[in-house]
Design a protein around this ligand. Structure first.
Ligand code: MN
Length: 150
């Protein structure tokens, strides 16, 4: 299918013919109130995909890690992110880099939804969730332990 040159925004953080998708295709209870929109599928000529995720106030993404990296720009609201053992505040237009094999989880901690663009390679490995041993290791740091939702 030929990609349109212009895709109009139809409402704040919604775009013409871009479906609002479930965050993870396989569902699950390890995340809360997250939606996904694929803005650019990427493919052979680019090799990368640009997605827009939105987490409702109080919600969180999956605690996971994987070999591929994420390049993120916050575009709506605020919140916090765990990357490895570091917790960072998120403000509009901040950039977040998530290195390979690094635990990460986003949380929407302000009254506005947390919206962010996330760039990934098209060909990428599946995210892995923590084992009980991984969780115990993460919880050894009390601040990290208090942050985690899973
Ligand atoms: Mn991830």
């Amino acid at each position: 299918m030929k990609h349109p040159i212009r895709t109009r925004q139809t409402a704040p953080f919604r775009w013409e013919s871009v479906p609002l998708l479930a965050y993870k295709e396989d569902g699950g209870t390890h995340f809360k109130d997250v939606t996904r929109q694929v803005l650019f599928e990427g493919g052979d000529h680019l090799g990368a995909q640009l997605r827009y995720f939105e987490i409702a106030p109080g919600g969180h993404s999956t605690l996971e890690r994987h070999h591929h990296i994420h390049s993120v720009m916050i575009v709506r609201g605020g919140g916090q992110v765990l990357v490895g053992r570091e917790i960072h505040d998120l403000a509009q237009h901040d950039l977040i880099y998530i290195p390979p094999e690094t635990w990460h989880q986003f949380r929407a901690t302000t009254p506005e939804p947390l919206g962010f663009l996330c760039l990934v390679r098209c060909e990428r490995d599946k995210p892995r969730r923590p084992t009980p041993a991984d969780l115990a290791e993460l919880r050894a740091d009390a601040v990290v332990g208090a942050f985690l939702r899973h």
